[in-house]
Each structure stands twice: as structure tokens, then as C-alpha cells.
Write a new protein. Structure first.
Length: 193
């Protein structure tokens, strides 16, 4: 997913203090890191704050980066640990599952013919995705992060093992358990699987 050799060239420039190289790393990884933070916290403000904290931490620790490993793995490991620490610190904070806005906004939309699936199919898909995201958000952090790294960031099992510093077998077992937990929660709520 990420170009290891290109990253290495830019990282070496960062280590020399080239500001343009720092900007390239931010540009390349800002969105994936924000997405990971958002999916872990389900809060856009927290995700932005965590993203900034993660990049500050990464740039301050850049001299410790071992070029034997992919930079993306090192970065995602820092991001994952930072998000989990944040969740642990804020364990008692609850998020509302209700969204802002209502039917008035939807009724005001202009109807344009769409060659894609009919609206009811789109609605069903969107609701299914929302249910799935809610269930993933309820998973314990170590299952949530492994699910997001696999399915949201599309990392391979090997890359996840490297990011989380876990044996490959543990990664596979946790992904399997997370999928089972998701299915059990969906089934318990009466959703079709």
C-alpha cells in the first residue's frame, strides 16, 4: 500500500532537517492516520488532536526509526498505541449513537436520476455499514485496532504483525475472534448476517 523505498528517501531527508520532506510525510500519511484515529475514537475533534499529537511524536522520535522496517509500520504502531492510550485515559466517556440533522435536510435535497442501485438498496447498504461501524466501535481496543488495520487500512497480516509487534499467529487469531465477536453482536441485535 505504501512505497517503502520512497518513504525511506523522504525519511532520510527529514533526518537531515529538510522541511519539505516533513511536509511530504504529512501529506502522504495525514489521511490514513486521521482515519485510524477517527475509527478508534468515533470523534472528529479527538481524531484531529490525536493525529497532530502522533505526528509531533513521530517527528520527535525520527532519529530512533530503524530503517530495517517499513516506515508505515513504525508510524501505525505509534498511532495505534497512542489511540489505545487515549481510549484508556477516557474510558468513562460515552458517545451518542444519534447523528445530528433530521428528515428536513433529506427532504430538501434535489432528486437527480442515478443510474446506480435504487435508493432503498443504498439505504440498506448505508445502514448496514453504520451498524457495522457501531459494532466495531464497541470492540475492545486491541480487537478494534486490528480490525481497522486489516479492513480500513488494508494492511496484510504480516504488516499488522509488524505494526503491533505481535506474532503472525496472534494477529490471525485476533482477526478471527474480532470477526466472530462482530457476528455475535449483530446476531444478538437481530441483524441479518
Amino acid at each position: 500500500m505504501f512505497d517503502r523505498r520512497a518513504d525511506l528517501k523522504v525519511i532520510r531527508r527529514c533526518k537531515r532537517g529538510e522541511e519539505e520532506a516533513f511536509a511530504q510525510i504529512l501529506e502522504r500519511y495525514r489521511t490514513p492516520i486521521y482515519n485510524l484515529c477517527y475509527r478508534m475514537t468515533r470523534n472528529p475533534e479527538d481524531a484531529r488532536d490525536l493525529g497532530q499529537e502522533i505526528f509531533i511524536k513521530v517527528f520527535s522520535l525520527l532519529e530512533r526509526y530503524d530503517e530495517e522496517y517499513a516506515f508505515s509500520s513504525w508510524l501505525f504502531r505509534i498511532a495505534t498505541n497512542h489511540c489505545i492510550d487515549h481510549l484508556r485515559r477516557n474510558r468513562l466517556r460515552f458517545l451518542s449513537l444519534e447523528r445530528d440533522g433530521g428528515y428536513d435536510e433529506e427532504e430538501a435535497e434535489i432528486q437527480i436520476p442515478d443510474p446506480g442501485p435504487p435508493p432503498d438498496v443504498k439505504l440498506q447498504r448505508r445502514e448496514a455499514v453504520e451498524r457495522l461501524e457501531e459494532v466495531i466501535a464497541e470492540l475492545p481496543p486491541h480487537y478494534r485496532v486490528i480490525t481497522l488495520l486489516r479492513h480500513d487500512q488494508e494492511l496484510s497480516y504480516e504488516e499488522i504483525a509488524e505494526v503491533l509487534d505481535l506474532p503472525l499467529g496472534t494477529v490471525k487469531a485476533r482477526i478471527h475472534r474480532a470477526r466472530n465477536m462482530i457476528q455475535q453482536i449483530l446476531h444478538a441485535r437481530g441483524y441479518e448476517i
